[in-house]
Design a protein around this ligand. Sequence first.
Ligand code: 2PG
Length: 201
Amino acid sequence: MPILALVRHGQSLWNHENRFTGFVDVPLTEQGRAEARQAAQSLKGLTFDVAYTSALTRAQETLAILLETIGQRIPVIRDASLNERHYGDLQGLNKADAAKRWGDDQIKLWRRSYNVPPPNGESLEMTAKRVLPFYDRAISGDLRLGKNVLVVAHGNSNRSLVMKLDKLSGEQVVELELATGVPLVYELSKDGEVLSKRTHG
Ligand SMILES: O=C(O)[C@@H](CO)OP(=O)(O)O
């Protein structure tokens, strides 16, 4: 049965600096690169046929380190549909400073609610509306062919995918936090139903 492994990129410079990142193309930190190697260790033993990543460097670099560490050369498809959610006017701001300015509840709403977009940015619902059609037209086709797929993307693009796979409601997804560099490995049936899910690492 096909395997779908979801990995959030390793720590980026702005994760480290606690800044809203979104579409801004920041690099990994040294810790982020170590997390990518760690993710690779926890995926050893699995063989992948194809990998998908976003148009952003932090995800692409995590994927490159991961594939090099597990020693697998496979086709890589890069697509902006898998980018982090656009954080609009919050991009670049320090999260603690933003919480002082707008209050913790408003920041939590912008960061984790399903359908409240930050000013000039995307809600999780809007993010899912570009991530999930891409999953349906590209990734699920590979899975249906029995291919093992590795996806290295972002906190909120991966939350969209987990929401679909785990059948989470808009209320349930509020509590879903994905750590950087920790793979989630799904085993799927040929028709895309989840047979098992494991956290590696
Ligand atoms: O800043 C961002 O782009 C994301 C991921 O780092 O942050 P959050 O976890 O607040 O959605």
